[in-house]
Design a protein. Sequence first.
Length: 108
Amino acid sequence: WATMHMIQRLTDYGVSVYLQPPPFTHGKLLLIDDYYSIVGSANLDYRSLRLNFEIGLEIYSKELSHRLWEHIEKRRAISEALDPSKLETRSWIIRLRDATAWLAAPYL
């Protein structure tokens, strides 16, 4: 819910968002160019990087990057693209719920 409160800002900048079906995945995956990957559990915020015992593994491998990209494409194929216009039409109670959850985001 906290994420949904902030997602509008991303879509305003042209970021495409896909909502994957359950179960929730906590893992993180970042691919840059054709050879650099970070795989792990850490979020890019103060709490995850300083207080929580989370980790990210940096990998320099063209082969692995291609395999990870294939994994992303498979996940995206079963996910639902978020329509940014639907964010604005959510009921006020849903927007209030999401905004309230966002207040707790530093602790989530």
